[in-house]
Ligand binder design. Structure first.
Ligand SMILES: CC(C)(COP(=O)(O)OP(=O)(O)OC[C@H]1O[C@@H](n2cnc3c(N)ncnc32)[C@H](O)[C@@H]1OP(=O)(O)O)[C@@H](O)C(=O)NCCC(=O)NCCS
Length: 195
């Protein structure tokens, strides 16, 4: 039986290693192909620890953390995430940013992804003045050499959850891909949903 736990702000600090470890394990897979370090993860994840309005949901199988999902006010995210919204003339205070959804492969397909979404939507809707939520996903060409036969894009799930892709709202992020010595720049496209 899987157990869920909602954590906010400073409550997340003791779980940073578990969260960073999950990001490194799950984002190694296509389409992210991310080669991370725990030190960099700790740094990156401080945004959730700093904000009392953040939410990280952990899911555990006994003692083992097998998945997590994150969200935070867009106004407290880093400038790269905010830039497309400022350029479009939006009021950042009306937006909640949904970060990663991470689940170890053997636990997929049992509704955890939907529960993650439900909990984040409930939290975002409880925040005064927040009217929309958003996330972004990496763009990969259909013929990418590391795209494997079993890969199913999540676009259908996101559409089912009421999100719309915004092809003109994009951000660029750099990270080191597995097997590469240098960081390369990737484009991520935003998806949005009224709450
Ligand atoms: C995103 C993720 C947490 C979803 O978890 P999950 O528990 O398997 O999702 P659910 O079981 O709740 O399924 C949700 C819906 O999406 C569909 N779905 C699940 N996995 C899918 C996949 N890989 N591709 C396409 N659709 C998928 C399911 O069919 C279900 O819809 P249905 O009920 O109408 O059949 C999980 O796939 C994951 O960790 N992926 C890798 C990391 C990632 O890409 N995260 C998103 C960007 S941060």
């Amino acid at each position: 039986m899987l157990q869920y736990e909602n954590c906010h702000g400073a409550e997340i600090e003791p779980h940073l290693e578990a969260l960073g470890g999950l990001r490194m394990a799950v984002f190694r897979e296509f389409p992210y192909l991310y080669e991370g370090t725990l030190a960099a993860e700790r740094e990156y994840l401080q945004v959730y620890v700093r904000s009392p309005r953040s939410l990280v949901v952990f899911v555990r199988d006994g003692e083992r953390t097998v998945g997590a999902t994150t969200c935070v006010p867009l106004s407290e995210e880093s400038p790269e995430f905010q830039a497309p919204f400022i350029a479009a003339g939006y009021d950042l205070r009306e937006w909640f940013y949904f970060g990663e959804s991470l689940l170890l492969p053997e636990y997929r397909g049992q509704g955890v992804g939907k529960e993650f979404m439900r909990r984040r939507l409930e939290h975002a809707r409880s925040q005064p003045g927040v009217k929309f939520c958003t996330f972004c996903a990496v763009d990969r060409p259909p013929d990418h050499p590391l795209r494997h036969a079993g890969y199913r894009p999540l676009d259908g799930f996101w559409v089912q959850q009421g999100f719309a892709k915004q092809p003109r709202m994009q951000a660029e992020f750099s990270w080191r891909e597995i097997g590469r010595a240098e960081e390369t720049t990737k484009t991520l496209t935003f998806w949005t949903k009224p709450l």
